[in-house]
Write a protein that binds this ligand. Sequence first.
Ligand code: AMP
Length: 431
Amino acid sequence: MAINRPKGTEDHLPALSPKLTLDVSAQAHGWLVEKARRVLERAGAQRIDTPLFEEADLVKRGVGGSTDIVRKEMFTVYYFGDHGGYILRPEGTAAIVRAYLQNGLKQLPAPLKLWTHGPMFRAERQQRGRLRQFHQVDYEVLGSTDALVDAEAIALMVGVVRELGLTGVRVKLGSIGDPEDRERYNTYLRELFTPQLERLSDDSKDRLTRNPMRILDSKSASDQELLAELGVKPMLDFLGEEAGAHFRAVQAYLTEWGVDYDIDPSIVRGLDYYRRTAWELHHEGVGAKSALGGGGRYDGLAQELGSKEPIPGIGWAFGVERLLLALEAEGMALPEIAGPLLYVAALDEVNVPHAARTAMSARAHARAEFAYRAMKPAAAFRDAERRGAHWVALLGTDEVTQGTLSLKNIRTGEQRSLAAADLATFLQEHA
Ligand code: AMP
C-alpha cells in the first residue's frame, strides 16, 4: 500500500506540478521568505536558527504550561525508543531567547534584532489554515523596553505585508499592561465571574482559578454569550500609568509613520511574562478567527527561562501558509517558472558529452541545462520550451569542430552564431 504524508502536513512542490496552489508552491514559499528577509535585514535584523526540537521544559516554560499548545498540541520526540524529553518546537520565541542567553548574545549591541524562518509543529485538529507542520517568519528584538522598538516591530510587520503586495490587512493593537495591572484586572474578573460559575464552560471554570483573563479568549459560544451579557470591561481600562504612557507612545509613532491600526480591546495574552504591547494582523481572505500573524512584548520571559537578570524582549511571527492563502485570495498568480538561460542539446550521440561540458562550464555564469541524449532540432526546442529556457544552443559536428555555438532565443526567435570562447561574456550580458 502507498504511504501518504502525515495528516496536517504539506509537501512544497516544484513549478508546473499538477494542481499546484500558492500555499504549497516551494517557489512561492521561497519568494515570500526572501521578501521578508530583505525587509528585516534592511532594518538590521540578523538571521538566527535554532534546533527544530528543544528540551520539553523550555517549551513548557516558554510557551506556558496552561496553554492549549502545551496541554494538547505538543509533539514529543522519542529516540532510542524511550526518552521523551524533547519536543518539536511549536513556535520560535522561547528557543531564540534560550539561544540568546546560552550564547552570551547580551554582549552584542542592544537592542539586538533577530529573525528566523522555519517549520513549527502543533498537533492541532486539522482544518483550513491550521496545519500540524506550518512555517513561520519570526522577528525578535532583545534588550530594550523602549516603545519605539514596539512601534518599529509592528511597522516592520506591515512592511513585510506591503513588500508582498497584500492590501487587505488590518492591524489590531492592544496592551495587556504590566503584571500588577493584570493582577487588578484578574481580581475584577474573578469577582465578576465567580457568581456566574455554573454558566461557565468546564475549561473556563478551570481558567477562573488559574488565569481568568483567558476566559475572554474562550472558543465556547456560551462563554462568549456570557461575556457579552456581563459587559466585561476591557484590560485597557486597567492599564497603570506607565503601561498607559507606553501604549500611547507606540500609537503616536505608528500614526506619525502612517501605519494604520485599530485598537482592539479584546486582545489578551494569558501568560505572566507578556507585558504591554500585543497585536495581531488579520485578513478577510483567511477568516476572522485566523490571524496572519501576531506579536507581543515579553519582558518576563528570559527570567522564566532561568536568566538572573531581566532581558526585555518583543517579537512577532507570521504564518507563511496564511500569508500565501491571503495572497491567493487577492488573486496573486503562481510565480513564473524561472527557466535556464541556456539549454544545450547535441544533434548526434557522439556530441552529447560536449553539450554537457558546455552547459556545465556555463554554470559559472548562469543557469544552464543540457539534453541527456541526441535530439532533432524540433524536439530540442520543444523540450527547452517546456523547461522555460531562454536560449537554445544546438551542437552538431560542425559547431564542435569549429568551436562555435548556434544560438536561438526561444521567446523572440532571434538567431545568432557565437564563438564558444565568447559564451561566458554572452551569458553575463543576458543574465
Ligand atoms: P502564534 O505563535 O500562535 O501566535 O501564531 C502566530 C501565527 O502563526 C498565526 O497568526 C498563524 O498565522 C500561524 N499559525 C499558528 N498556528 C498555525 C497552524 N496550526 N497552522 C498554520 N499556521 C499557524
